[in-house]
Design a protein around this ligand. Structure first.
Ligand code: DUC
Ligand code: ZN
Ligand code: ZN
Length: 476
């Protein structure tokens, strides 16, 4: 006689890496036990006709309870950010342990780990943001932290916290030796500084001028440079938040040469254009982010890149600042655009926006959606138990109603930001039930989890390993 398991979900379409299966999904002890096979006995049954089951979202780029490059704390705590994430169907997140000035990496990690352990309600890991490689014990701490499972690093090429090229190469060398992925915010600082100075000198100081202050060439140059660094050292690199068609082209070309490079984009580059900044007064500040939103042609190129696999995944780059003196208006009521914090909230809206575009709207379909939002991020960043509806993995899943329509309102998210940048937009498809390791976090709009429920995710291995390069993969 077969053993009784915890839960079976029946009658739904189950989206797996191998295809869409109509049938039953069994869950026991927090893990998926069967997919598409009739379950004889379960303590609990969920009937889900007309529903679609997707893997819980894996959002690998979110700024949570973090100080920005401009020295400003953001609006969310781990509690508010992960509540918001779960309400939108995301069950794992990578946020940043961001090194403050003169801080050792060990201190940085201890700080962020304590905050996350207190507040997180979904599972999490950290990218180690490296801003000063001259602090005591840097090399020792970095190797030790990578060795204990913190397998992704983040460096900037701009934002006043950039590393010099020689320092980036040194970090890449150390990452290669210890086995970590290097994620890069890639924009050329000198181009930005020059454009910004010219704009301010000419009296152009409004949020709409922010887009012109980050010329596309700044992104193109930095992406090309970082791809060459990756190729030279045979060190895996993830280019964050690609916004331009030429950026996608550069990564496609680098991949074709055998360079170990991957990239992501975000919903605000796939679905917005720079006119979002063009609002009366300071209103456009709500949409200010770096790189900025671009053009329709860039959107088209990003979608093409995503669907062909040049762009591996879509993250939110959740960077929450309130539209008040604690956030966007911290420099006063009449700031110049460079004084306005960059970023917009996205943890909660990433999946519904993409479900609407990719599943309801047919851009790629359900399997491409699961790949971009869960499978690829889990695979590349080394979450071996996450990201796919496969027996043995954690039962992190979302039951979607694929036909219901919702229109976002001005302030309907569950973060601490106070505005929704997607207000007025209607999405088709809604995450009705969200589970983490078999436990229900969200059911029909009700949030059921407790702070501290989230677990830190050890990453013993990465899914992106060095590959042979055209120059034979020889690193000095
Ligand atoms: N850009 C970033 O690189 N990070 C946070 C927010 C933003 O706009
Ligand atoms: Zn960035
Ligand atoms: Zn970011």
């Amino acid at each position: 006689m077969s053993r009784e398991i915890d839960l079976v979900i029946r009658q739904a379409q189950i989206v797996t890496p191998d295809g869409i299966i109509e049938g039953e999904l069994g869950i026991d002890d927090g893990a998926i036990t069967s997919v598409g096979i009739p379950v004889k006995q379960a303590r609990r049954v969920i009937e889900a006709p007309g529903r679609m089951i997707m893997p819980g979202g894996v959002d690998v780029h979110a700024h949570i309870e973090q100080m920005s490059g401009m020295g400003q704390w953001n609006a969310d705590t781990f509690e508010t950010a992960t509540r918001s994430a779960a309400m939108g169907g995301t069950t794992s997140v990578i946020s940043f342990a961001a090194q403050a000035a003169e801080q050792t990496l060990a201190e940085t990690l201890t700080d962020y780990a304590a905050r996350a352990a207190r507040g997180a309600m979904i599972d999490y890991a950290f990218h180690l943001t490296l801003t000063d490689i001259t602090v005591p014990n840097f090399e020792y701490d970095l190797a030790a932290l990578i060795g204990t499972g913190h397998r992704s690093l983040k460096v900037f090429t701009t934002y006043n916290i950039q590393l010099a090229d020689a320092e980036i190469l040194s970090v890449m060398d150390q990452a290669r030796a210890a086995g970590a992925l290097v994620c890069v915010h890639a924009e050329n600082d000198a181009i930005i500084a020059r454009a910004r100075a010219d704009l301010l000198a000419a009296g152009h100081r409004a949020p709409r001028d922010h887009a012109r202050s980050r010329p596309r060439m700044a992104e193109i140059e930095a992406i090309e440079r970082i791809c060459r660094f990756a190729e030279y050292l045979d060190q895996p690199v993830m280019i964050f938040h690609v916004s331009t068609a030429e950026g996608v082209d550069a990564i496609r070309a680098a991949k074709a040469r055998g360079a170990p490079v991957w990239c992501e984009t975000c919903p605000h580059y796939l679905l917005m254009t720079e006119d979002v900044l063009d609002k009366p007064g300071l209103e456009g500040a709500k949409w200010m982010c770096s790189p900025p939103q671009r053009t329709q042609a860039d959107q088209d190129a990003l979608w093409a890149g995503l669907l062909e696999g040049t762009v591996s995944l879509v993250s939110s780059d959740h960077a929450p600042y309130r539209f008040d003196e604690s956030g966007k208006l911290a420099a006063g009521a009449n700031p110049d655009f460079p004084q306005i914090a960059n970023g917009l909230p996205g943890l909660e809206t990433r999946l519904p926006l993409l479900f609407d575009a990719m599943v309801a709207g047919g851009r790629g379909g359900p399997r491409a959606f699961a790949e971009a939002t869960a499978q690829a991020p889990a695979r590349l960043y080394g979450f071996k138990d996450k990201g796919a509806l496969v027996p043995g993995k954690h039962a992190d899943l979302v039951i979607w109603n694929p036909t219901v329509e919702r229109t976002y309102a001005a302030n309907d998210l569950h973060d601490n930001v106070g505005y929704n940048p997607w207000a007025g937009r209607t999405v088709r498809g809604w995450p009705e039930q969200v589970m983490l390791r078999g436990e229900t976090l969200v059911e029909n709009g009700k949030f059921l989890a407790q702070p501290g429920n989230g677990r830190w995710l050890d990453r013993p291995d990465l899914g992106c390993q060095p590959v042979a390069t055209a120059n034979g993969g020889t690193a000095p």
